[in-house]
Design a protein around this ligand. Structure first.
Ligand code: GDP
Ligand code: ZN
Length: 321
């Protein structure tokens, strides 16, 4: 049976691999047997529903054929569990897939030096909610916080835990919280994000010194939010976990994100929406609004509600690209 034979040979060479890095036309992939190889793509891949600038993304599980020179050819993408995108700022309406198949997002934040604004955290949490990916907020640099910062930190813990996010404290400098954080990442693919200067690179290095990311100084350019275009990259953390670093990515875009769906991505609001008098309540100034009442009674934090309003009104859109 000629056909069977051909099929057999094809399968001999076809392997499953994970994409660790994308350098334009070449991809660094890790084959299931643990070896790394470079691969190109064969043919045209399209992602349903969006126009993307990159057909294959970091985190993708792919099928590859490897030739005798150890060059790989990506032939298929295994359907993604999830993926996060960044919308392009120009008019092309194209999106960039930052990463895929993510189990957990870590947002590295700081109370001071630099200050991570709650609005930034909230926008990020709305995004991860919309993608259905759990969020862990890691407050880093706890070694430098004064009494006032610590009080703020305690408040953030209560605000965000009430909002369904997990919180964590670390110091990449003195190692506080690092073993516990590492424990939380076991058997997961975790995407790390954060505003620049928060210590994301230092934290990843503290988790595994072999990763050895470049650590920057907090400079004028950081403060001005210099526009850096770099790509996500995956690293192994031990043998059972992977980290995806997202340098220069401040936040993620939501595709087809309707204003009136926004409250659904605030878990503490979601549970109350049915109790509003009007089914199309925007929770802004409507009578008998369960959300406004919950803000009044302290069940929903004022801080989170203000972020909701600001996002609803698109006040801060430009700050989060
Ligand atoms: P990134 O831009 O988020 O990747 O931040 P970096 O890892 O490059 O760190 C920015 C600056 O913060 C560097 O000067 C680091 O040494 C410093 N840094 C990072 N983590 C900590 C920490 O836990 N405590 C203190 N005091 N400084 C830190
Ligand atoms: Zn309402």
């Amino acid at each position: 049976m000629i056909n069977n034979k051909v099929f057999y040979i094809y399968n001999m060479n076809s392997k499953i691999a994970t994409v660790y890095r994308s350098t334009g036309s070449w991809y660094l992939v890790k084959v299931a047997d643990g070896t790394f190889t470079e691969a190109r793509i064969k043919g045209v891949f399209r992602t349903k529903g969006i126009r993307t600038t990159n057909p294959v993304a970091v985190g993708d599980k792919v099928k590859i054929n490897i030739d005798e020179n150890n060059n790989g050819m990506i032939t298929d993408i295994i359907p993604r569990n999830n993926y996060i995108i960044r919308k392009s700022v120009n008019l092309s309406k194209e999106s960039h897939i930052i990463a895929s198949n993510i189990d957990l997002c870590v947002l590295v934040s700081t109370i001071s030096n630099p200050v991570t604004l709650p609005g930034f955290i909230d926008r990020f949490s709305v995004t991860t909610q919309a993608y259905g990916i759990p969020l862990l907020i890691v407050f880093n640099k706890i070694d430098i916080y004064d009494k006032e910062d610590e009080a703020k930190l305690d408040n953030y813990f209560s605000v965000y835990e009430k909002a369904g996010c997990s919180c964590f404290k670390t110091s990449a400098i003195n190692g506080v919280g690092i073993p516990e954080l590492k424990e939380r990442l076991i058997n997961k693919v975790t995407l790390f994000a954060g505003n620049s200067g928060s210590g994301k690179s230092s934290l990843i290095n503290a988790l595994d010194p072999d990763i050895d990311l470049k650590v920057g100084e907090i400079s004028e350019t950081h403060l001005k939010g210099k526009h850096t275009t770099t790509f996500a990259e995956m690293f192994d953390l031990g043998s059972h976990s992977q980290i995806i670093d997202t340098p220069g990515i401040k936040s993620f875009g939501l595709i087809d994100f309707e204003k009136d769906e926004l409250a659904m991505y605030f878990p503490e609001m979601l549970s109350l929406l049915k109790q509003c008098k009007y089914h199309n309540c925007r929770h802004i100034n409507e009578p008998d609004c369960a959300v406004i009442k919950a803000v009044g009674s302290g069940k929903i934090s004022e801080l989170r509600y203000q972020s909701y309003l600001s996002m609803y009104n698109n006040d801060d859109q430009e700050n989060y690209r």
